[in-house]
Design a protein around this ligand. Structure first.
Ligand SMILES: Cc1cc2nc3c(=O)[nH]c(=O)nc-3n(C[C@H](O)[C@H](O)[C@H](O)COP(=O)(O)OP(=O)(O)OC[C@H]3O[C@@H](n4cnc5c(N)ncnc54)[C@H](O)[C@@H]3O)c2cc1C
Length: 396
């Protein structure tokens, strides 16, 4: 049996951010932690790939450029639409959109270069907790860890070990279609991303999205529907029907493109985020319920978990009793709390036209009053080659 101080399950943005933040605190962590990843980078990940300024700030705190050397769509105009009325939220950029396989491979490479060991194509099959540590069984061997960080996403196993995370509730449903697009056509030509809430009239507790994307450097359109299912008592929306109608309404029939679906476990202040010797990060802890935004939160959770783990080893106290307070009082916690409050209040009434019209009027006033954030300088064109390197170097 291999012994290790800290074992991270999953090498998505949450797991890699946790490892990078630990190394930033103390380079000695390179010898004390291990990341177990069931897939191999670059691995497919169903996702719109939009990274907001919260995530760019975390990356910059890790010494990474705020414009990563990857193909990306630089979105300066985020449009919120309801029945033809549009609120423009602008920034330079407001969001950067990446192809997730490339983004995650890039981040994993960065971790490897800084000395993190990521064991790929190895699946964590079981966790057993006792007073002195955690026994982690993978499909290759058994580890004995002092602390486990659960970064295994919405469908992972680690959150099942934490009581009260709403393992079967608090789950949003998403459908996505990815199709090649012309770079001179919208949304590329306007550097815009659209969130259309019109289908809220049809029981959707969410929106239809239309994002520009680059896949292997080639322009694509990433479209789909998000249904928070926050109000479980409301009638279930017909997601495939709404997706089909929305694509057609935008003049973009799905043309036989494959439709793929995936859940997102969302954040609730009433949820639980840890148990003795286990910290949850990213989707395992909970993404934003309003939009289903999870990449920036995952990066930010990593920073909090790294601080909590570091302090636990210093104090010799692995109860993680204060992790919830750390989350709720952090910038991430405020961000998620506000999103949760708005989602909770608005998805209750989002099928009422008067409510949505009022929200759009208030939104237009807010965007007129608040100035856009300061611009971020765009970096030199990307080197897509690096993104496709699988982090072999750090494989044990
Ligand atoms: C259709 C769709 C569109 C989305 N669009 C956006 C968007 O535009 N912007 C945004 O911010 N968010 C978006 N999200 C949410 C975003 O994808 C997630 O919030 C984000 O991926 C969370 O990161 P994570 O690191 O917590 O988990 P993940 O990215 O899911 O990573 C978990 C990792 O753990 C590994 N793993 C799982 N189980 C095990 C195991 N047992 N053993 C070992 N490894 C394991 C997986 O292989 C994976 O690599 C979208 C989600 C969906 C479904």
């Amino acid at each position: 049996m291999k012994t290790i101080d800290l074992l991270i399950v999953g090498s998505g943005p949450a797991g890699v951010s946790t490892a990078l933040h630990l190394l930033q605190q103390d380079p000695g962590w390179a010898e004390r932690l291990i990341v177990i990843e069931k897939a191999r980078h670059p691995r497919p990940k169903l996702c719109g790939g939009g990274v907001t300024r919260l995530g760019l700030k975390v990356l910059s705190g890790l010494g990474l450029s705020q414009t990563l050397p990857l193909p990306m769509a630089w979105v300066e105009d985020v449009r919120f639409v309801y029945r033809g009325r549009t609120i423009h939220v602008r920034g330079q950029p407001q969001v950067q959109i990446f192809y997730r396989a490339e983004l995650d491979a890039y981040l994993a490479n960065q971790a490897c270069r800084r000395g993190v060991t990521i064991r790929q194509e190895e699946t964590v099959a079981g966790l057993a907790f006792d007073n002195n540590g955690v026994t982690v069984r993978t499909d290759r061997e058994t580890f004995r860890a002092q602390v486990v960080v659960g970064a295994d996403g919405s469908k992972g196993i680690s959150r099942r070990h934490v009581q009260g995370t709403g393992a079967h509730t608090r789950v949003a449903r998403l459908l996505e279609v990815l199709a090649p697009a012309a770079s001179e056509a919208p949304p590329f030509n306007g550097q815009s991303a659209e969130f259309d809430f019109t289908p809220a009239e049809r029981d959707l507790q969410g929106y239809f999205w239309d994002f520009p994307a680059f896949v292997g450097g080639k322009p694509h359109a990433n479209r789909g529907v998000y249904d928070a299912r926050l109000m479980a008592g409301r009638r279930r929306a017909d997601l495939p029907g709404i997706l089909g109608t929305s694509l057609a309404a935008h003049g973009r029939p799905s043309d036989g493109q494959a439709i793929a679906g995936h859940p997102i476990h969302w954040f609730s202040p009433g949820g639980s985020f840890s148990r003795p010797r286990l910290l949850l990060v990213g989707d395992a802890a909970g993404a934003d319920p309003l939009f289903g935004e999870g990449i920036a939160p995952a990066l930010a959770y990593g920073k909090l978990a790294a601080q909590a783990a570091q302090d636990a080893f210093v104090r010799g106290d692995f109860s993680f009793r204060d992790y919830r307070r750390r989350i709720l009082t952090s910038e991430l916690g405020q961000y998620l709390l506000i999103r949760w409050l708005i989602a909770w209040a608005s998805y209750r009434l989002s099928d009422k036209r008067w409510f949505m019209e009022t929200m759009w009027t208030l939104g237009k006033i807010a965007t007129a009053v608040f100035a856009p954030p300061p611009p971020i300088r765009q970096a030199a064109p990307a080197d897509p080659g690096e993104a496709f390197t699988s982090p072999e170097g750090c494989q044990e």
